[in-house]
Design a protein around this ligand. Structure first.
Ligand SMILES: *Cc1c(COP(=O)(O)O)cnc(C)c1O
Length: 366
């Protein structure tokens, strides 16, 4: 019999620092939320209409296998629907992958400034998250390979990464994969893939298709503008899909999310408009903020990481304070080991211009 005087969570759970989402309020009449990488354009009107139509059937369970959605994803991306699993956001799928492949004593690798869901999901299983250094805020394949051991079961790679916005070329991803032992699952989290315009980038579909130890996670939360519905998907080898289907919630994706997801994929013009808006303003923000004497990490996603100065009055905390008084809500990133930076999602033209104007004032260059 255990000597504990009350129920105790499994080892690791109390080591988790709970995820703190981006703020969404400011003390102003108008608030510009630029803290969660949401699209300023919102979802496709078709997705909104499909979502609303489900209101007449709320008494019915959703299709537990999300067949329509998997087929729509299959058509849109040229994939076998049988090798797709949908989830309540990619968070759901990342946690399911951790639960299926990690146990006490195992290790999962992620890079130093990687998405916080990886260490949280890892610790929840009793396994140990191993963080490796990055180079110029970018994942470093050699640093990852250096810490792979017999205990390593998963390598999480956000590509592009949040909150840095940097990416790893497909050649480097393939080099990483080639050097991993076959028992290690490589999880490619491509939440921002739709935004990337680089010839040497791939989300990882080809690597999944041709290997037994690679999965790719995608989301409807970012370019598709459906974050509130919680919808993501993974593409994996048949044996991984089988394992995840055994442990996922039988109705883990709700009916409005399925309907909206299918409709969102039927409106590629809306997605393209969002991509073009992002391309224009990502470049503009990087250049204009750089001109103020602030360093901006080159980003291929829909956000920028802005580095501040160490002098009192010029820190990220000081900037955040001023921006907030103007209704501009950016993201503090101390939890990502970036104590003197802010992450800004690309917003509307109005929001983007107001941030640059406020930062110019902050830097004494207005
Ligand atoms: C936003 C984001 C996701 C998406 O999460 P959802 O649960 O699908 O909303 C996944 N990975 C990264 C790196 C992200 O930044």
């Amino acid at each position: 019999m255990s000597a504990a005087l009350r129920p105790e969570p499994r080892p690791g759970v109390l080591a988790i620092k709970a995820y703190v989402p981006g703020k969404s309020t400011a003390p102003t009449a108008k608030v510009y939320k630029l803290s969660s990488n949401e699209t300023p354009l919102g979802p496709s009107p078709k997705a909104l209409a499909a979502y609303r139509a489900t209101a007449d059937h709320l008494q019915d369970y959703p299709d537990g296998s999300a067949s329509d959605l998997r087929e729509a994803i299959g058509r849109a991306f040229g994939l076998d629907p049988a090798r797709i699993v949908c989830g309540a956001g990619s968070d759901d799928l990342l946690n399911l992958l951790a639960r299926a492949y990690l146990a006490d004593g195992d290790e999962a690798i992620h890079t130093k400034h990687a998405f916080l869901v990886y260490p949280i999901a890892t610790l929840g299983t009793g396994a140990k998250p191993v963080a490796v250094p990055e180079t110029n805020y970018t994942a470093n394949v050699d640093a990852i390979l250096k810490v792979v051991t017999a205990k390593t079961k998963i390598v999480f790679l956000a590509n592009p990464n949040n909150p840095t916005g940097t990416y790893v070329s497909f050649d480097e991803v393939k080099r990483l994969h080639r050097a991993l032992p076959p028992h290690v699952l490589l999880v490619l989290d491509a939440a921002y893939a739709e935004y990337v315009r680089r010839n040497d980038y791939e989300s990882g579909i080809e690597l999944v298709a041709t290997n037994d130890n690679v999965v790719m996670c995608r989301t409807f939360s970012k370019i598709y503008g459906l974050a509130a519905l919680r919808l993501g998907w993974l593409y994996g080898p048949a044996h991984v899909v089988d394992a995840i289907n055994r442990i996922r919630g039988p109705f883990n994706v709700n009916a409005p999310a399925i309907a909206a997801g299918v409709a969102a994929l039927s409106d590629p013009a809306h997605t393209e408009t969002a991509r073009i808006h992002n391309e224009r303003w990502l470049g503009w923000l990087t250049e204009e903020i750089g001109k103020l004497g602030l360093q901006v990490t080159p980003s291929v996603a829909n956000f920028v990481l802005i580095h501040f100065q160490d002098t009192p009055g010029r820190t990220a905390k000081d900037a955040d304070k001023l921006l907030t008084t103007r209704g501009l809500v950016l993201r503090r990133v101390e939890a990502y080991h970036l104590p003197n930076a802010l992450r800004m999602s690309v917003g509307t033209e109005e929001a983007n211009r107001l941030v640059v104007k406020t930062l110019a004032e902050f830097m004494g260059k207005a």
